[in-house]
Design a binder for this molecule. Structure first.
Ligand code: ADP
Ligand code: MG
Length: 330
């Protein structure tokens, strides 16, 4: 761990609501609260894991941070400066500092562009260097993600690469501008386990050798444990638990985190692992969705009187370990 405690990114009380569309073709007609008053800080040089099941709001958080989407409430700061509502030149400058790597390397790369053009594009957009120096920079970026020798890849097209190679190209493209901050949104969910491990090692190298601060988004607590200095667990748009990875994994407090840990395959071959037996209940009915804890409908330990009526907020339990659960706070 090489965090020095200085926040690069601050998310302050951020909410995002997708409004239901009106009209004949409208879907269920309900607003979706994708993120509900999220606050967290990511320190310089750390990999911070945002863990949650599908639909919990992880990608939304990433898109808000890189300004692909606007917050409805709250504020996001990079290096102490607000990134909310940036336009024109200032937005462009910010984009060079914060990059996002997307889940699907088959969709995120333009099939018409060679690898050279793909990786050089951010340099061209930001008018950096000239053709030759750009090519050198692309070579360097390809080498840093293990696509070596780089000249074997420059004039290839994405369809001639494997999924793992494509994701390496996407990482090279994100790295070519020397960003301060990178968001990797489930970068290996389309890849085999052995290829995933190689991609994880590239992310670790980016942290350890280049000091790149990262938000690693995943549905897998096991992956977060392997990669991340700290972890936050998200459930239906609310933070449930946040703390140093070892703390959260070895000493989970929230019933949802305990259930996630129970669901993990056995670590290593030690055999013994604490089981929490926190079963998720079938979805309860008669819940006060807007009032109570977001996890209430599935929590086997919930107390009707409290958990269904009020939302717990993250509280510091010591050791930088924060939990939003009345059962542990009392
Ligand atoms: P995750 O990445 O954790 O799977 P998302 O951030 O993609 O979750 O989605 C969070 C919630 O917001 C989901 O309920 C999803 O259906 C909804 N959502 C995401 N994007 C949109 C959108 N553009 N319009 C409407 N609803 C959306
Ligand atoms: Mg997602």
């Amino acid at each position: 761990m090489n965090t020095n405690g200085k926040p690069v990114l601050e998310i302050k009380d951020v909410s995002k609501i997708y409004r239901a569309k009106a009209g004949f073709f409208a879907g269920s007609g309900k607003d979706v609260v994708a993120l509900d008053r999220i606050s967290l800080e990511i320190n310089k040089g750390e990999i911070f894991g945002l863990v949650g099941e599908s639909g919990s709001g992880k990608t939304t958080a990433g898109r808000l941070i890189v300004s692909l989407e606007e917050t409805d409430f709250g504020e996001i700061l990079l290096d102490g400066k607000s990134v909310t509502g940036l336009k024109g030149k200032r937005l462009k400058k910010f984009r060079s500092k914060a990059q996002m790597i997307f889940q699907d390397p088959y969709q995120s790369l333009n099939p018409q562009r060679s690898i050279l053009d793909t990786v050089a594009e951010p340099l061209i957009i930001h008018r950096l260097g000239h053709a030759n120096s750009r090519k050198d920079r692309v070579r360097e970026a390809l080498r840093s993600v293990g696509l070596s020798p780089p000249d074997d890849f420059l004039y290839r097209y994405p369809h001639r690469l494997s999924g793992g190679q494509r994701q390496r190209v996407a990482i090279a493209r994100a790295m070519v501008l020397d960003p301060e901050f990178v968001i990797a949104d489930e970068p290996t969910s389309m890849l085999d386990a052995s290829i995933s491990a190689q991609i994880f090692n590239i992310l670790l190298k980016m942290r350890d050798e280049l000091g790149v601060t990262q938000l690693f988004i995943t549905h897998s607590l096991a992956a977060a444990r392997y990669l991340c200095d700290r972890i936050a667990v998200l459930y239906h748009g609310r933070l449930m638990e946040l703390g140093p990875s070892d703390q959260v994994i070895q000493n989970p407090i929230h019933p949802y985190t305990k259930a996630l840990i129970d669901a993990l395959p056995k670590f290593g071959h030690s055999g013994e692992r604490k089981r929490y037996g926190t079963l998720l209940t079938r979805e309860r009915e008669n819940t006060h969705e807007d009032l109570g804890c977001n996890f209430f409908p599935r929590c086997s330990l919930a107390q009707e009187q409290r958990c269904n009526l009020e939302k717990p907020i993250l509280e510091d339990m010591g050791n930088q370990h924060h939990v939003a659960c009345f059962l542990s706070q009392s």
